[in-house]
Design a protein around this ligand. Sequence first.
Ligand code: SF4
Length: 449
Amino acid sequence: MPQYHIWTVGCQVNTADSAKLAAGLRRLGMDPTDQPRDADLIVLNTCAVRQHAEDKAQAKLGSLKHLKAANPDLRIAVMGCMVGPHTARGDDPITKRFSFVDTWAQPQRFDQVVSLLDLPSLPELLDTDDDGGEFWPEIFPDNTSPTAYVPVIEGCDKFCTYCIVPLRRGRERSRPISEIAREIEAHTVRGVREVTLLGQTVEAYGKDQPPVDPAMDHADLSDLMRAIHGLPHLHRIRQLTSYPPDMTDRILEGMAELPKVCEAFSLPVQAGSDDVLTNMRRGYSVAQFRDRVDKVRSLWPEVSISTDVIVGFPGESERDFQDSYDLLAEMRFDKVHVAAYSPRTGTFAQKQQPDDVPHELKMERLHRIEDLQRDISFQINNRYLLTDVEVLLESTKRSEQEGVERHTGRTRTMKLVHFDAPIGQHQPGDMLDVTVTSVGAWSLQGVPA
Ligand code: SF4
């Protein structure tokens, strides 16, 4: 059997793309391998949202050169957000630098990847009439975990000045509810108990679709959630990532009526200063962001919210940074993903907004937020101490202790929970109550209740 190896970095959308490509390659008769040296096809699914992710992909690519030299039949594909239109055309210095790469495929151009293969079933599989930019709409990933990511809307229309995503993944395109429901049903038959509906701005779901009937608007995220809510083996529904102006009262109130929808949001604020938000073209003010957080907290009093912040954006003054710091101290989110700004080639910010905050200052601001958040996360997690939490068990590994396994799962509020239990007592996919016996800033420890 020919073998493939897929290496993935970046966000959950990339993880979902890689899973779908893997399912397609298996349908073509290929087997997965963990070892690049054993593979006939190597795919690097890349991310360009931060310089660090690009550096990782380039280092990985460099390490493949000797494999290609030793085996000229090996096919190497680079896919994902590092590949822009110029790169795909070979009109980018990186394609010269890594001239041994066989194809540079933009996100979801799985057809370009499989075209490298010399397989008898290929013409049939390539004969698709899908014109939405997605390839193989009817191939669903073979999930082996109790949780699955399901893309429901591709692309992004927001064009924040620093962001490469709309330039690489195109405009917003929603998948039909019927197709998503079929995919999720197939997942549940294979043991999936929790799905995360994915979109760069997931509450934009359906905006590009025609009205359900002339008297109604288009179906939105809450309608989609309602359509899958009745699936018998599905226990939890999540959504990722939220964008404040798209979070209408109708969507949020509709979600709050559905018990399987978990009380957890990923709601990036990016900056706590209106001037910086304007320069980022985020499309909302701090007051509007605060209003959406208040709405979410009024509907789900126990909700956990994580956010993203960029420090050192062009023009960010000490006052601007302090506004971000103060907002985070006031809002007390469960988790903050903080990144130092780095310009992405081709974005408005890279062309028009000078990267004028020194690196050392960016790092100092980043560490100040990390220090603040470590304390807040610990204090929030401390509230769970000696309470029982419902956990979906996601993975199990051997424990150092004789006769015992180490389990890891998550609460509805996305808290990571570790606990030990006798071998064979629990398995991935189980839902159980765990009594929390100790907490840290990033996880909880417990024992089965
Ligand atoms: S909302 Fe802004 S940051 Fe998020 S993917 Fe779209 S353009 Fe990028």
